[in-house]
Design a protein. Structure first.
Lengths: 522, 495
């Protein structure tokens, strides 16, 4: 009995291997993101045109088993969307079948993947519980070097301290060497600081057409193509801001290419890349690669037709329950509903939705404008000598764990009203009292101003924090100046008071009292 | 011992793959027949606007409000009309924080925003909301994109139920992540159930019991429709630590690598998933929930649950029954071909129009448009389908929508059944395991031809029972639109 059932099991195992259908696995689990044609759907990464599914199977197996997190460059674009792990879902056989299908269908030339390979990788990575990063995977399983179009690459090295390009014809080289790798690398000089290299090569154009060269270096250099200087990076400085992009028309075949490069001090780097007529992405000709910068999508959010704009999403440097208001006079605030306080003040542009309104919208977005002032942190409505009895829930990190606890505060956010011009009146209340906090844009003596009206009703006096944790000068003649150049002018009602202890500016209102304040930049 | 269980797992894999070709769903074929029975229409959205529909609220006077992931609320007039080209959209509010769940009540739109539950009112009557009342905002959020808050329509007490996704869908870095809570009309926050991972929608059945969909991932071998019995634990212990905030008893700390049945028998508060949606077979990520209470206007599915599906851009159909104190039932493929990943599903119970909306931003979907708003209506021709599967002490009873051809329906070779479950574990998802193949011993057709009583040898408590029908035709000669169902047998009924 025992033997026969074991035999039956083994028989079915053979059947498993034969029956796993990679296309079926792909079309039920992978297709929604990577697309039926492997080209990626809805802004998710493709297989077609990607180096990732090619080469060592272990790289792909690891991704399927444990997932992938963080930025990853695929076919010339940077993606930052997590791939969920499938190792707990799929058998070795199913993973092998799906990867074999992907490699055969979308990554021509990449060979099949066996269940044994998956099994071996699974065993070797059994302790891994978190998704991989692209960096880790490429370190362990790099992409194969591509054949460089730089032929007959020769590096001629000179020693000296130059702050501008020397005349190399007048200098005596210390070293001259061939580099068949066809990749320009300052390390080929064998030196760490104060030297120059002239690389000469024949650039092999595979066809006639436009070639876009990108050139940058630390510190300075020139790029010659076809005997002509096409790009120059001048002076001492790092990579990045001085990068040059120059198109050159080339005939099919060999064209002379020359790079003159000077390193002043340490931190040597040369970036040389070329994008041919048929290339989708630039090809690196240097060991330092061109950084692929993801095109940032911009969706400006601005007041329109004289009506204030609102933005409810995660705003940087305030709390998660932030409410941004962009007024038509170019002044903006972010009100924290957690702290019942106006916490940020800035001018110029209001917000950019490009970050939160594309992809999954992770993280905080800073204000789009300028002169951002953090008015306060923590609760903005206080009772004199009492914490209050509104219960909220807070958190605190202890080691790697978040610990939660109830917190008693004076007041809780109750919402807001918008007038026809979109101007908000924020509402908060605690036991026995309510606070309203209205903001209206105005021009006062030619200056963009926000007029703020604070009103308390109920049965007890309330302290309202206008600023805390930043330098306050004054108030003098009813005007306090906050660090960063924001003026807070008392227009009517009880006057704000500065407190040197916690660098705060507060106003205390008794029931029925109203304070009117004007905010403008100096 | 270790070897033996390894072999069992392997055997399980084998059975799964044997069943797989049969279980493979040719959605294109079933979707091509859809137009015989249902009329699916795209509703034009405001021109030039990005409307990633995340909420739908039905309003008086045949108006329909949508909420979008960017936070806009628009109101449509004419969404029910035959000529949709004349639809009129009015913007009611802008840039809220990703509303996931909206309804209309007493002259206001209520929206579950990520940070707060809000009442939006147009007090001056100019067509735009001017008063935004924060009804409740007691839960924690910290800027993580996954910390969604999904809200229901009010229950019979007027309470709104909400489910709070875990941080990043793996952690609880803010208070009450991974919990269900009720919000009373006066704004009280009542944590109601623990053990939630990553919800995609929430809605009640015809009895007023609340359900949500939870997505495959850690502690979820597959996605499921789950019953939010007050005081229950839903299976994911990540958010347990919030219980201490209100001195609630600590929720269960189940053993990883076990089975749901084993663990829930240890912990009476552990309510097992009512109906599991086998991963990759019945969609990948369930979303909005609507109960059909149209009294036939949407087809013969009274009291059944219709569940949206993000990845596969579908709507699945579920029949529920209550056995030994737990919900269970069967899921069937139903509607497909939607233009984007579906999020909200709303049924107009009077009119029988189902509205769905969706987006595929951030998560891919079979429907390839970035966003969509659609309506579906029953055309009047009842498809030949399994209406429901109901458990019996010794098998199942299958009810059909039309009388069956008695000869074929009594033929045992037209029934095949296999069962499986998932590993209940802290890692992401699970393969199908513990497969068995029960034997259908007899099939008895009722006198009216609507029911077939199956006596099955080898029911497995806790397993999904996959019933695949062969060449069964209706008396009138119709073929089945869909020929399989997946019944989650939490409990085997008494004789």
């Amino acid at each position: 009995m025992r033997t026969s059932s074991l035999l039956a099991l083994l028989a079915s195992l053979v059947f498993v291997t034969a029956a796993e259908d990679g296309a079926q696995v792909y079309n039920s689990l992978c297709v929604a993101c990577h697309g039926p044609d492997g080209k990626g759907l809805n802004g998710l990464p493709p297989f077609v045109g990607s180096d990732w599914p090619k080469g060592p199977a272990a790289r792909s197996i690891k991704i399927v088993l444990n997932g992938l997190t963080g930025p990853v460059d695929v076919a010339g674009k940077t993606y930052n969307i997590d791939m969920p792990p499938q190792g707990a879902v799929l058998s070795d056989e199913k993973i092998a079948a799906a990867l074999t299908y992907v490699r055969a269908t979308f990554a021509n030339g990449a060979g099949p993947v066996t269940a044994d390979e998956v099994k071996a990788v699974r065993a070797a990575t059994a302790k891994r519980t978190t998704p991989w990063t692209a960096e880790e995977l490429l370190k362990a399983h790099p992409f194969p070097p591509t054949k460089s179009p730089l032929k007959h690459l020769v590096a001629t090295v000179y020693e000296g301290k130059w702050k501008e390009m020397p005349d190399f014809s007048m200098l005596k080289p210390v070293l001259m060497e061939d580099f068949n790798v066809g990749i320009i690398d300052p390390a080929q000089s064998g030196r760490k600081e104060y030297y120059a290299v002239v690389w000469t090569a024949q650039f092999d154009a595979s066809e006639e057409g436009k070639y876009l060269f990108t050139f940058d270096c630390d510190d300075f250099g020139s790029l010659y193509v076809g005997g002509e200087r096409i790009a120059e990076v001048k002076g001492i400085g790092p990579l990045g801001k001085r990068s040059k992009e120059v198109p050159v028309m080339l005939k099919k075949g060999l064209t002379p290419l020359r790079v003159e490069y000077v390193q002043y001090g340490a931190n040597a780097a040369v970036v040389l890349a070329v994008k041919g007529p048929k290339d989708k992405t630039p090809r690196a000709l240097s060991n330092t690669k061109l950084k692929v910068v993801k095109e940032k999508v911009s969706i400006p959010i601005q007041p329109k037709d004289g009506v204030a704009a609102i933005y409810r999403n995660f705003i940087d440097n305030t709390t998660p329950r932030a409410i941004g208001i962009g007024f038509p006079n170019g002044l903006n605030i972010a009100y924290s509903a957690d702290d019942v306080a106006a916490e940020l003040f800035w001018n110029g542009k209001f917000m950019d939705g490009g970050h939160h309104w594309t992809d999954r919208g992770a993280g905080n977005e800073p204000p789009a404008g300028t002169n951002v002032i953090k008015l306060s942190d923590g609760q903005g409505i206080l009772l004199e000598g009492a914490a209050g009895n509104v219960v909220r829930y807070g958190r605190e990190k202890e080691g790697s764990e978040w610990k939660f606890f109830p917190v008693n505060v004076a007041a809780e956010f109750k919402g807001y009203d918008l007038d026809k011009a979109g101007n908000p009146t924020f509402r908060a209340s605690g036991e026995g009292f309510a606070v309203s906090d209205a903001w209206v844009p105005e021009e006062v003596s030619g200056k963009a101003t926000l007029t703020r009206t604070l009103k308390v009703t109920g049965d007890k006096p309330v302290v309202i924090v206008l600023a805390r944790g930043l330098a306050v000068s004054g108030p003098t003649d009813g005007v306090a100046e906050l660090a960063g150049g924001l003026l807070v002018r008392a227009i009517s009602g009880p006057a704000p008071k500065a407190n040197a202890n916690d660098k705060s500016l507060t106003v205390t209102l008794k029931p029925g009292e109203t304070a009117v304040l004007g905010y403008s930049y100096r | 011992m270790k070897h033996l269980s390894f072999l069992l797992v392997l055997a399980g894999l084998a059975a799964a793959s044997v069943a797989a070709p049969a279980g493979k769903v040719d959605t294109s074929a079933s979707e091509s027949r859809q137009s015989e029975f249902y009329d699916r229409v795209e509703i034009p959205l405001p021109a030039g606007e990005v409307c990633e529909v995340s909420s739908i609220a039905l309003m008086p006077g045949k108006k329909v409000a949508i909420g979008t992931r960017r936070g806009d609320v628009w109101i449509a007039e004419g969404a029910y009309d035959a000529d949709l080209s004349k639809i009129k959209w009015t913007k009611f509010a802008s840039n809220l924080h990703e509303p996931l769940g909206m309804f209309w009540k007493d002259g206001s739109i209520y929206a579950m925003q990520r940070p707060e539950f809000t009442r939006l009112t147009d007090k001056d009557g100019d067509g735009r909301a001017d008063s935004f009342d924060t009804v409740c905002s007691k839960w924690g959020i910290n800027g993580d994109y996954h910390e969604y808050a999904w809200g229901s329509e009010p229950d019979k007490n007027g309470d709104v139920w909400m489910v709070l996704c875990l941080t990043g869908s793996f952690h609880a870095h803010s208070p009450w992540r991974g919990w269900c809570a009720r919000i009373t009309p006066d704004g009280k926050f009542i944590p109601t159930a623990s053990g939630i991972r990553s919800p995609g929608g929430i809605g009640a059945n015809d009895k007023g019991d609340m359900f949500y969909t939870d997505n495959q991932g850690v502690w979820n071998g597959a996605s499921a429709l789950k019953w939010l019995r007050p005081g229950s634990f839903q299976g994911n212990p990540t958010g347990n630590k919030s219980a201490a905030l209100l001195d609630f008893p600590a929720p269960p700390e189940p053993t990883s690598g076990s089975r749901i049945l084993t663990e829930r028998l240890k912990y009476p508060e552990f309510v097992p998933p009512s109906v599991i949606l086998p991963h990759g077979i019945v969609g990948n990520s369930p979303s909005g929930i609507a109960c059909d209470m149209t009294k036939g206007k949407f087809g013969p599915w009274e009291s059944q649950m219709l569940v949206g599906e993000q990845t596969a851009s579908q709507v699945q159909r579920i029949n529920l029954e209550f056995v030994n104190g737990l919900y269970q039932g069967a899921v069937f493929h139903f509607l497909g071909g939607f233009e984007a990943g579906l999020i909200p599903v709303r049924m107009d119970q009077e009119d029988g129009t189902m509205f769905v909306g969706g987006s595929n931003r951030g998560w891919g979907s079979r429907g390839s448009k970035p966003f969509t708003f659609e309506r579906v209506r029953f055309k009047g021709k009842v498809p030949f389908e399994m209406h429901d599967i109901s458990a019996r002490h010794d098998g199942f009873e299958v009810t059909f929508t039309h009388p069956v051809d008695a000869v074929a329906a009594a033929d045992l070779k037209n029934y095949s059944m296999d069962t499986f479950t998932y590993i209940y574990q802290s890692s992401y998802g699970s393969p199908e395991v513990d497969q068995t193949t029960p034997t259908v011993k007899s099939a008895t057709v009722s006198a009216d031809g609507l029911k077939v009583r199956l006596v099955v040898d080898g029911l497995v408590r806790g397993h999904i029972h996959h019933l695949l029908l062969g060449d069964i035709k209706s008396k009138a000669g119709d073929t089945l639109w869909h020929n399989q169902g997946w019944y989650t047998l939490n409990e085997i009924p008494a004789k």
